[in-house]
Design a protein around this ligand. Structure first.
Ligand SMILES: Nc1ncnc2c1ncn2[C@@H]1O[C@H](COP(=O)(O)OP(=O)(O)OP(=O)(O)O)[C@@H](O)[C@H]1O
Ligand SMILES: [Mg+2]
Length: 294
């Protein structure tokens, strides 16, 4: 266990346009080894917050009194005063990012997708050519076995079910040796059985390896079941940060009013179909950017 927080966000504000703040003066600290749920209605700022922590988006510069606006991960600055640090790739190599659907490259095998977790630690030419060593493939197989889908290693990723794809994405973070997993709605498109398996896999990794997990969710019951702590967002602000046990039906209604139904029922429409170009772009943005100089 580290004494320094795994994630520290201080006074983060983000406006994509002039008159609306996607994040408004958000501060939080997550200790090493915690498993934390991030909940909130659609548009409340969950993805935006996770992307700031990963250094994919930079916050507002901040006014004079917000000079301390910064994000640190594992004690290293990711960004401060609206500027992403030049050496962010090294920090990002410690972060595994799991997206709701933009996760795997469908035309590649599951094994190759998992081997992509090595990108930050191998020469670029090997990564670009998907030239992985026998030892690396063995490690990827071990990770697949750990998440329970070793038998699917040779299949094209596009043939996997949504839940299997998410577990392959988790295996990739294991191969990456990520110390922190940021999972943005990993179960939003899954049926209850697959959702349970994915959440159990994340919880097992958190418990056994001490990996810090922050998972955004639309379903509050999964937050209470798997995450001791919940951070609840509302209109870009933190409306609640505390024990998930406090998330009773009445509490949620008080917190979210009419929006609470979306969270209690876990209903959310995701119209975007996964398109391959977007998948590759999202992946490369995270993985290739995290390619530490080797
Ligand atoms: N790239 C962008 N350009 C402009 N506005 C954006 C951008 N990304 C997010 N926003 C806005 O920021 C706000 C927060 O969006 P965000 O995607 O973080 O919400 P969310 O809580 O993840 O929602 P959902 O549950 O639907 O995924 C929304 O009003 C959204 O429209
Ligand atoms: Mg989102």
């Amino acid at each position: 266990m580290l004494d320094i927080p795994a994630i520290h966000v201080n006074r983060l504000t983000k406006s994509f346009c002039r008159d609306k703040k996607a994040l408004n003066d958000v501060s939080l600290s997550i200790a090493d080894g915690e498993m934390v749920a991030l909940i909130g209605a659609s548009g409340s700022g969950k993805s935006t917050l996770l992307r700031h922590i990963d250094g994919l988006v930079q916050g507002n510069k901040g006014s004079a009194d917000q000079r301390l606006c910064c994000i640190d991960v594992l004690g290293r600055p990711v960004q401060s005063c609206g500027k992403i640090r030049r050496d962010v790739r090294r920090t990002r190599a410690d972060i595994g990012f799991i997206f709701q659907q933009f996760n795997l490259v469908g035309r590649l095998s599951v094994l190759t997708n998992v081997c992509m977790g090595f990108l930050g630690r191998i020469p670029a030419w090997r990564g670009a050519g998907a030239l992985f060593t026998r030892d690396e493939k063995l490690q990827a197989m071990e990770a697949l076995a750990r998440v329970g889908i070793a038998d699917l290693a040779g299949q094209r990723a596009s043939t996997l079910s949504g839940g299997q794809q998410q577990r392959a994405a988790i295996a990739r973070t294991l191969v990456q040796r990520a110390k922190i997993i940021l999972a943005d709605e990993p179960i939003a498109s899954l049926d209850p059985a697959s959702s349970t398996r994915v959440m159990e896999t994340l919880a097992e990794i958190n418990r056994a390896d001490g990996i810090t997990v922050v998972v955004s969710l639309h379903q509050v019951d999964y937050a209470t079941r798997y995450c001791p702590r919940t951070i609840a967002m509302r209109n870009g602000e933190i409306a609640f940060d505390g024990s998930s046990e406090r998330l009773s039906h009445d509490f949620l209604v008080k917190l979210y009013g009419s929006d609470s139904e979306e969270l209690i029922m876990g209903h959310k429409l995701h119209p975007k179909a996964a398109d391959q170009t977007a998948i590759v772009q999202e992946l490369l943005k995270h993985e290739a950017l995290s390619h530490a100089a080797v």
